[in-house]
Design a protein around this ligand. Structure first.
Ligand SMILES: Cc1cc2nc3c(=O)[nH]c(=O)nc-3n(C[C@H](O)[C@H](O)[C@H](O)COP(=O)(O)O)c2cc1C
Ligand code: SF4
Ligand code: SF4
Length: 245
């Protein structure tokens, strides 16, 4: 049995989840969704996973794109992990429907609650809460890896009805404007022009001018630039200076 796990991750949680899963499965490899978007995402594994963060109560654009182009062998076991901070809403159903349009069946869709990367709303929270989420995530990944190994169908997890109703509408309203939402990024006086924010951006959306970062309007709202700044100098709107990453 071989497994390919596609991963998209802004701030590292999904990468951790994908690597943890791969470590529990024989002959498993982790592939970058960003790299796959440059070529043809075709795999010959008999199990294929997609691990990604929930953004704005739905799929990030890179995952929408992957789902529209992914090619897997007939009969492959397809599974997904939607990494989120407690509001998975209808994200995994959205993925199932996109795959169904291409006659691909999502056999299992797991919601994995992990520390929040959305710093404007307070970020990851206290260490104890973060550790508890990691512990629960480990347990869920153990169970999922056993299911993947057996090619056993699982449920497609969803949030409560109120989330699905209210937030699916919010996702649809926000999605077309993601690119320009980077207008709210700015840097404070701690920026030492190291360039890390530009290097981690999956969309080449951060351009340095004499070392100073400028956002270009094609943002995917992954928050990698904000999270990985070694000096916590990247801010978004008014609230983030108050919150740790
Ligand atoms: C722009 C943005 C939007 C987010 N929207 C949601 C959301 O709708 N529901 C949720 O539960 N978490 C949301 N989050 C939190 C992330 O899904 C969560 O922290 C995830 O673990 C991040 O994964 P990553 O580290 O692989 O990027 C959002 C984070 C960002 C940056
Ligand atoms: S990563 Fe931070 S310190 Fe480095 S250039 Fe970007 S904003 Fe400045
Ligand atoms: S600019 Fe920042 S938030 Fe936007 S895609 Fe690049 S790293 Fe992600």
């Amino acid at each position: 049995m071989t497994t390919t796990i596609y991963v998209f991750s802004g701030t590292g949680n999904s990468l951790w989840a994908a690597r943890s899963l791969a470590a529990k499965l024989p002959c498993a490899r982790v592939e970058s969704v960003v790299r796959a978007s440059c070529g043809s995402p075709r795999v010959d594994s008999d199990s294929v996973g997609i691990v990604f963060p929930v953004h704005m109560w739905g799929l990030p654009p890179r995952v929408v794109e992957l789902a529209s182009r992914l090619e897997v062998p007939a009969g492959a076991y397809l599974f997904a992990v939607a990494v989120n901070a407690g509001q998975v809403a209808r994200t995994l159903v959205q993925l199932r429907e996109l795959l169904e349009e291409r006659s691909l069946k999502l056999a299992a869709g797991e919601s994995l609650v992990m520390p929040s990367s959305y710093i404007p709303w307070g970020g990851p929270g206290p260490k104890r809460k973060q550790e508890a989420r990691f512990e629960q995530a480990r347990e869920k990944l153990d169970a999922l890896s056993a299911r993947v190994a057996r090619h056993e169908p699982g449920q497609i997890e969803v949030g409560p009805l109120w989330q699905r109703l209210a937030f699916t509408a919010a996702y649809k309203a926000t999605y077309p404007h993601l690119g320009r939402m980077d207008r709210r990024f700015w840097t404070d006086e701690r920026c030492n022009r190291c360039g890390a924010c530009a290097r981690v951006c999956p969309a080449a959306n951060v351009v340095l001018d004499s070392g100073k970062p400028h956002w270009q309007g094609r943002c995917e709202q992954c928050f990698a630039c904000l999270q990985w700044c070694p000096r916590q100098a990247v801010q978004y709107g008014k609230k983030t200076p108050r919150y740790p990453r």
